[in-house]
Ligand binder design. Structure first.
Ligand SMILES: Cc1ncc(COP(=O)(O)O)c(C=O)c1O
Length: 248
């Protein structure tokens, strides 16, 4: 928080909502709007509500890899403020308030209609796909629960995780990734460089050691294969490969 802080952006990472109550209390006490980045968390639940309805404005991504993916780039902003919705409609179309009349700088943020058509069909399947992801996650976690050295993702009471990623923490992460790769098992690191160490933010003056938890997490996280169509035999193969590595 500085006198220049204008808004708070909250990222619901991996498909799990952030703990919004204290964030909203803090924001309200400072009169700051809250933007939810729900790109990875469409349909995720928090205390009986869904991501996208918790802050003042929320952004969804329909990039093809997302839980609800288009056939190219697409996204959506939601808000319960009629005023903000109107402003966003203007901004997404070159700031135009009338045909070929621009009133402020905007951009082209229109959702392509072909993408909308594809998303409309895929949306019908989203709930079933989420259930499949949740079942896979439960199965992975069943494999890992009793193995010291693997920290499976936690789902706190009152949350519904939609498992955009199934991300574990292990100490020798890089070595595990190499071993999995040798077995032709894909995995990924989301994300290897914490925000404060991104070249983009060099000017802010942060250095290594400033956010030790984030830095430690960035060295231990590994996302395992997770998609609705994952077959039981594939999942077991991944889980056994991870378990075998950690046990030896
Ligand atoms: C948490 C998060 N925020 C924002 C984005 C950006 O979404 P898009 O590329 O559709 O703008 C992504 C995905 O790439 C994401 O995972």
């Amino acid at each position: 928080m500085t006198p220049r802080t204008r808004a708070i952006v909250v990222v619901h990472l991996y498909g799990l909502a952030a703990d919004m109550d204290p964030i909203m209390d803090f924001a309200r006490s400072r009169n700051l709007p809250v933007v939810e980045d729900a790109a990875q968390a469409i349909g995720a639940g928090y205390k009986g509500r869904r991501t996208g309805s918790l802050g003042d404005v929320a952004c969804f991504s329909f990039y093809p890899t997302k839980n609800l993916g288009a056939c190219g780039d697409a996204g959506m902003i939601v808000t319960n403020s009629a005023e903000r919705a109107e402003r966003l409609r203007i901004l997404r179309n070159h700031g135009q308030t009338g045909k070929y009349v621009s009133s402020e700088p905007g951009w082209n943020g229109r959702l392509d209609e072909m993408q909308a058509a594809i998303l409309r069909v895929k949306l019908r399947h989203l709930a079933a796909w989420q259930r499949a992801r949740q079942a896979h996650a439960a199965e992975y976690t069943r494999h890992f629960a009793q193995i010291p050295g693997i920290m499976p993702p936690l789902v706190p009471e009152g949350y519904e995780h939609v498992f955009h990623q199934y991300t574990v923490r292990v100490e020798e992460r890089d070595k595990l990734q190499r071993v999995l790769s040798e077995k032709k098992i894909g995995s990924a690191i989301y994300y290897p460089v914490p925000l404060h160490l991104q070249p983009l933010y060099t000017a802010l003056g942060y250095k290594e050691g400033d956010f030790p938890h984030a830095e430690h997490a960035a060295q231990e996280i590994l996302s395992l294969p997770m998609y609705p169509e994952l077959r039981p035999a594939q999942l077991t193969r991944v889980a056994e490969a991870v378990t075998e590595f950690v046990r030896h």
